[in-house]
Design a protein around this ligand. Structure first.
Ligand code: PEP
Ligand code: MN
Length: 468
C-alpha cells in the first residue's frame, strides 16, 4: 500500500475546503490542538470496532443519532441530558421490543462542521459566505469569515460535552433500572405514552424477576471487550461519539500514533483519530482521488461512508478497496441516504455491487437526507411518512436481496423549550404535526430533526418490524 501519514491528504484536492485569511494563525491553533490530550482512548475505539463486527454478523443493531449540527450555544446541561435520554429511550424500545442489543453512536461531542451545496447564500437581499458550522464561522451573516480560533473552541466544546456524557453515564443515568428518569411528561400522544410506559413496566418486572432469582442487574462498571450493547449487562451502557470528518486540518491535529491495546507488543502502534470513536465521510467529500478518502484510509477508527444516488456501483467497490483493503470486520458502515422516492432505484444495485466485491460492510439506513423538502413557509422540513417509507423500503429491499439492515442513522433531538415542548421541525408522526405548527418551535439552524415523540414513533416501528 502507498505511503500514508496523518498529513498525506494534503497532496490531494479537498472538497469543501475552507480558506483562512491568516495561514499563520491557523497553524498556531493547529499546533496547540496537536498538544492537547485525546478525547477518546484506543481501547474504546477498539471496543466499538468489536461491537460493530457484532452488528455486521446480525447480533446487534446500530443506532446512530443526534443533531445535524451541534452549536456552541446549545452545549448546555439540559440539551445534553435530553439528547442522551432520547438515545437511551430509543434503544430501550429496540432492546425490549426486538430483543436485540443496541450499539449507540451519538452525532455528538464534535459534530460542528457542515458541508454546503453552495459557498454563498442569500440572506435578505445580501449574498454572504455560507455558514459552515460553528467550528468555522458564525451563523450571524455579519460574521462569516472563517476564524481558526473556532477550531480550538470546537475542541473544548467537544471535551466539555463528552465529559458531561461520561459523568451522567457513570452516575447511573443510563441504568435500565431507572428509565423513568428520561422523562415523558411532555409527550402529546396518549397512545405513544402508554406504549412507552408498557415497555418500562415490563422491563421493571423483568428486572425484579431477575433480582429475585439472583441474577446480578446492578451497576456494572467493567469495560471488557465482550460487554454487549444493552442486554448482557443492565447497569452500565456504552455510548460512543461521532462526527463527519470534514475539517481535515482538525482531524489531523487529533490523530495520534498510539498503542493498540489488542496487540501484545508495545511497538505495535496504530494511528487513531482521538477526536471521536467513529467518523464518517459525507456524500459531498467521498471522491476517490480526494483528500478525505486519503485521510480516512489510514486511521484505525471504524468509519462510515454516506452513499447517495450519485454513487456509482463500481465506484462504491473501489472506495472500499481503498478504505478497507484487508477487509476487516466492523471497519466500514455504509450509510445509505437516497430518499423514499429513489431507494428502489439504487439500493438493490449497491447491495449487488458489494456482494460481488466480497467486502464486509454494515448497512445503515439514513432516511433523513434524501427526504428534505421546503415547506410553503420556506422552512426546510421532512415528512414523517417519507422517513418511515424509506426505512420500510430499506428493510424490505435488504430482505429481498438476502442482505440485512444493520441500523439506522437519524437526526433527532430530545431538546425542549422553556415551557417543556418539543421542537417542531418535521411534519406528521403520532403527534400529527402540521405545516401551520412548523414555525412554533423550529430551533434547528441546520437540517430539520425528529422531535422526542416522532423519534419514539420510529423506534416502535423498527422494533415491531425487527421482531416479526
Ligand atoms: C449529514 O449527515 O448531516 C449530511 C450532511 O449528510 P450527507 O453527507 O449524507 O448529505
Ligand atoms: Mn444533516
Amino acid at each position: 500500500m502507498d505511503f500514508w501519514s496523518p498529513s498525506s491528504w494534503k497532496s490531494k484536492p479537498a472538497a469543501q475546503g475552507v480558506k483562512y485569511a491568516d495561514e499563520e494563525h491557523l497553524q498556531r491553533v493547529l499546533s496547540k490542538i496537536a498538544t492537547l490530550p485525546p478525547l477518546v482512548a484506543p481501547s474504546e475505539i477498539e471496543r466499538l470496532r468489536h461491537q460493530l463486527s457484532q452488528v455486521q454478523e446480525g447480533k446487534a443493531f446500530l443506532l446512530h443519532a443526534g443533531d445535524c449540527a451541534e452549536s456552541f450555544d446549545a452545549c448546555t446541561h439540559e440539551n445534553i441530558t435530553a439528547k442522551i435520554g432520547l438515545i437511551l429511550s430509543f434503544s430501550l424500545i429496540l432492546i425490549w421490543g426486538a430483543r436485540t442489543p443496541v450499539v449507540r453512536i451519538g452525532r455528538i461531542a464534535g459534530q460542528y462542521a457542515k458541508p454546503r451545496s453552495s459557498p454563498t447564500e442569500k440572506i435578505g437581499d445580501k449574498i454572504v459566505p455560507s455558514f459552515r458550522g460553528d467550528n468555522v464561522n458564525s451563523l450571524d451573516p455579519e460574521d462569516r469569515n472563517p476564524n481558526p480560533e473556532r477550531l480550538l473552541s470546537a475542541y473544548f466544546h467537544s471535551t466539555t460535552t463528552l465529559n458531561y456524557i461520561r459523568a451522567i453515564l457513570a452516575s447511573g443515568f443510563a441504568s435500565l433500572n431507572h428509565p423513568r428518569d428520561w422523562s415523558l411528561s411532555h409527550v402529546r400522544s396518549a397512545t405513544l405514552k402508554k406504549e412507552f410506559e408498557e415497555v418500562v413496566t415490563n422491563l421493571s418486572d423483568a428486572l425484579d424477576f431477575s433480582r429475585t432469582i439472583g441474577i446480578e442487574t446492578g451497576s456494572e462498571s467493567a469495560v471488557g471487550y465482550e460487554r454487549g450493547g444493552g442486554l448482557g449487562t443492565f447497569g452500565a451502557v456504552d455510548l460512543y461519539t461521532s462526527h463527519e470528518g470534514l475539517m481535515l486540518d482538525y482531524e489531523e491535529a487529533l490523530t495520534r500514533k498510539l498503542r493498540n491495546p489488542l496487540r501484545e507488543s508495545k511497538e505495535d502502534q496504530s494511528y487513531y483519530n482521538t477526536s471521536a470513536h467513529f467518523l464518517w465521510i459525507g456524500d459531498r467529500t467521498r471522491q476517490i482521488t480526494g483528500a478525505h478518502i486519503e485521510y480516512f484510509r489510514g486511521i484505525r477508527n471504524p468509519i462510515g461512508v454516506k452513499v447517495g444516488p450519485s454513487m456509482e456501483s463500481d465506484e462504491l467497490a473501489r472506495v472500499l478497496d481503498i478504505l478497507n483493503p484487508d477487509r476487516e470486520s466492523g471497519r466500514i458502515t455504509l450509510i445509505t441516504r437516497y430518499g423514499a422516492g429513489k431507494i428502489e432505484k439504487y439500493l438493490a444495485l449497491h447491495i449487488e455491487a458489494i456482494k460481488k466485491s466480497g467486502h464486509p460492510v454494515i448497512w445503515v439506513c439514513d432516511p433523513m437526507h434524501g427526504n428534505t423538502v421546503t415547506s410553503s413557509s420556506g422552512l426546510k422540513t421532512r415528512q414523517f411518512r417519507d422517513i418511515i417509507e424509506e426505512i420500510i423500503l430499506c428493510l424490505r429491499i435488504h430482505e429481498q436481496c438476502g442482505s440485512r439492515l444493520g441500523g439506522v442513522s437519524l437526526e433527532f433531538t430530545g431538546e425542549l423549550n422553556e415551557e417543556g415542548f418539543s421542537v417542531t421541525e418535521c411534519l406528521g408522526g403520532s403527534m400529527e404535526l402540521t405545516e401551520d405548527e412548523l414555525g412554533l418551535r423550529y430551533q434547528s439552524f441546520c437540517d430539520p430533526r425528529l422531535n422526542f415523540e416522532q423519534s419514539l414513533d420510529v423506534a416502535f416501528l423498527i422494533s415491531k418490524y425487527l421482531k416479526e
